[in-house]
Design a protein around this ligand. Structure first.
Ligand code: NAG
Ligand code: NAG
Ligand code: NAG
Ligand code: NAG
Ligand code: NAG
Ligand code: NAG
Ligand code: NAG
Ligand code: NAG
Ligand code: NAG
Ligand code: NAG
Ligand code: NAG
Length: 409
């Protein structure tokens, strides 16, 4: 704007008194003797709910600062017209050719949404030689409130394969329409899966219930879903996150053993030794385990089946049944009880195989002895002969058993 813009239509006698300076315009003159001047007001200001905020108005005045000034702010809309009279403070000009800077201010205490308005300032300066009216274009005050609470939770327990709803509750914010984004396992949730519902609270703030409908899967268990709420006037984005707890029935069940190798659904145990079988299943909540079968009369309600001394009659098929409220599974395991190497009482076939073992064992013994001589094996620490013979016996016994089974047909 050009300084010293002077626009007086008539009454040249006012000229020396009302020189216009930056932002000081003579807009028009009333028929007789009213001069209209423009004051400066910031067009827009924001206040956080509950804060005190001042709306300000400044203008330059070339007249005598001792002149009486009647200042006010007012709001005017379809609902109301309110006036707030305020004092006008002017700083005297340092030199006579510079105008005085005048200022008026109105403080809104404990700002709330109902204070949102355009605050216009107006100063009336009566004078014997004519009235002066100063007006501003108004400051638009907007109030904001950041959510006091953002939480996310399922409306009902999450069960794999059943439709479920997560709700993001955002409380105590203003203005009404923030943007809500949902992220599931890091990826944005399509808006078509989201519905919103917002309500207004007594203090003018809003509460939003944003809901995400989806069908959780087992893969969703322990993954994160995030709800992010933002508004351009807020200083921060609000997020809430939840680690999904998806319930599901058992999907796999495995039997393992600390003591013996489990191969192909069966475990081989020597008569008289101890056995520990562990049944491991997934599922949420963790399924209960039950062992059935064999000579076990009472079911074991435990993951672990422990037989301290395996007897011949313990052999057979065992069933591990795992179960929670969302499903049930079972797996079978065959317990093969193998004889300890019986003294003398060896069947023909066993004897035959046993004979075949002897040359192999002898050959190994020779190798071992020669290795020991060369210093590879410290004497007495390892006895490969014994190790070999006992495992061989297991293999032999089982081969014999399967032969028997076949010949029975
Ligand atoms: C706002 O002003 C009132 C009274 O002038 C005072 O009691 C209150 O503490 C102020 N609030 C803030 C947030 O400054
Ligand atoms: C109004 O002026 C006061 C100083 O007089 C200042 O603290 C305040 O921030 C101003 N208000 C606005 C909305 O600019
Ligand atoms: C301003 O007005 C006061 C009385 O209202 C008067 O005493 C003073 O001389 C005036 N000053 C100027 C510079 O006209
Ligand atoms: C005041 O500001 C708000 C928020 O920026 C805007 O929505 C509204 O239209 C403005 N009002 C006026 C009268 O300019
Ligand atoms: C839900 O509301 C948010 C914020 O108001 C908006 O970003 C989103 O597009 C809305 N979605 C639907 C489906 O209404
Ligand atoms: C807030 O969220 C918006 C989009 O929702 C994003 O553009 C902006 O960068 C975020 N701001 C911060 C500070 O995280
Ligand atoms: C997850 O849900 C199951 C019920 O399905 C419950 O037993 C378990 O305690 C829940 N876990 C957590 C961390 O809330
Ligand atoms: C497992 O048993 C099946 C028959 O039940 C058989 O065909 C397969 O060869 C066995 N596998 C092993 C590694 O023993
Ligand atoms: C199994 O071992 C026990 C002693 O450990 C023995 O009394 C029993 O005869 C053995 N049974 C068979 C079938 O080998
Ligand atoms: C069972 O074994 C399979 C294959 O080794 C594995 O993928 C699965 O996770 C195991 N299940 C449990 C409950 O450990
Ligand atoms: C074991 O599972 C099969 C189906 O896989 C089912 O038919 C059977 O009834 C189950 N047995 C027990 C004892 O639960």
């Amino acid at each position: 704007m050009v300084a010293w813009s002077l626009h007086i239509m008539s009454k040249q006698r006012w000229t020396p008194l009302f020189l216009l300076y930056m932002g000081w315009l003579v807009e028009a003159m009333d028929a007789a003797d009213t001069i209209h001047l423009l004051a400066h007001q910031p067009p827009q200001t924001e206040a956080e709910m509950g804060d005190n905020v001042s709306v300000n108005c400044t203008f330059n005045y070339n007249g005598n600062t001792s002149d009486r000034m009647f200042g006010k702010f007012y709001v005017q809309n379809s609902h109301q017209k309110k006036e707030y009279p305020v004092d006008v403070m002017c700083q005297s000009a340092v030199s006579s050719d510079k105008p005085s800077a005048c200022h008026l201010s109105h403080t809104i205490v404990n700002a709330s949404p109902k204070d949102e308005n355009v605050y216009l300032c107006e100063v009336h300066i009566p004078s014997s030689e004519g009235n002066i009216e100063v007006r501003g274009h108004g400051t638009n005050l907007s109030v904001y409130a950041e959510p006091s609470l953002t939480v996310i939770q399922p409306l009902s327990p999450l069960v794999s394969g059943s439709e479920a709803t997560l709700e993001c509750r955002v409380h105590g914010f203003y203005p009404q329409n923030p943007s809500v984004m949902w992220f599931h396992r890091g990826a944005p949730v399509p808006p078509s899966d989201i519905t919103n519902h917002s309500t207004q609270n007594n203090d003018g703030t809003f509460t939003l219930h944003s809901r995400n409908k989806f069908s959780p899967t087992v893969e969703d268990h322990n993954t994160e879903t995030v709800c992010q709420v933002s508004h351009p006037v807020w200083r921060y984005n609000k997020t809430a996150s939840i680690s999904l707890n998806v319930s599901y029935g058992p999907i796999t069940v495995n039997v393992t053993s600390d003591t013996d190798a489990v191969t192909n659904g069966s475990v081989r145990v020597t008569n008289g030794s101890s056995l520990i079988l562990r049944c491991v299943a997934d599922g949420n909540p963790r399924p209960g385990t039950q062992w059935l079968g064999g000579s076990i009369k009472t079911a074991h309600h435990e993951e672990t089946l422990h037989i301290s001394e395996v007897k011949k009659e313990d052999g057979g098929v065992y069933l591990c049944v795992v179960k929670n409220e969302y499903g049930e599974m079972n797996t079978s395991i065959t317990l093969l009880v193998t004889d300890r190497r019986a003294n003398g009482k060896v069947s023909n076939r066993e004897a035959l195989y046993g004979l075949a073992v002897i040359p192999v064992a002898l050959a190994l013994a020779i190798i071992v002895i020669s290795l020991q001589k060369r210093g590879f094996y410290p004497l007495g620490k390892v006895n490969p002969f014994e190790e070999l013979s006992s495992s061989e016996v297991v293999v032999l016994y089982n081969e014999q058993k399967s032969h028997k089974a076949r010949s029975e047909h």
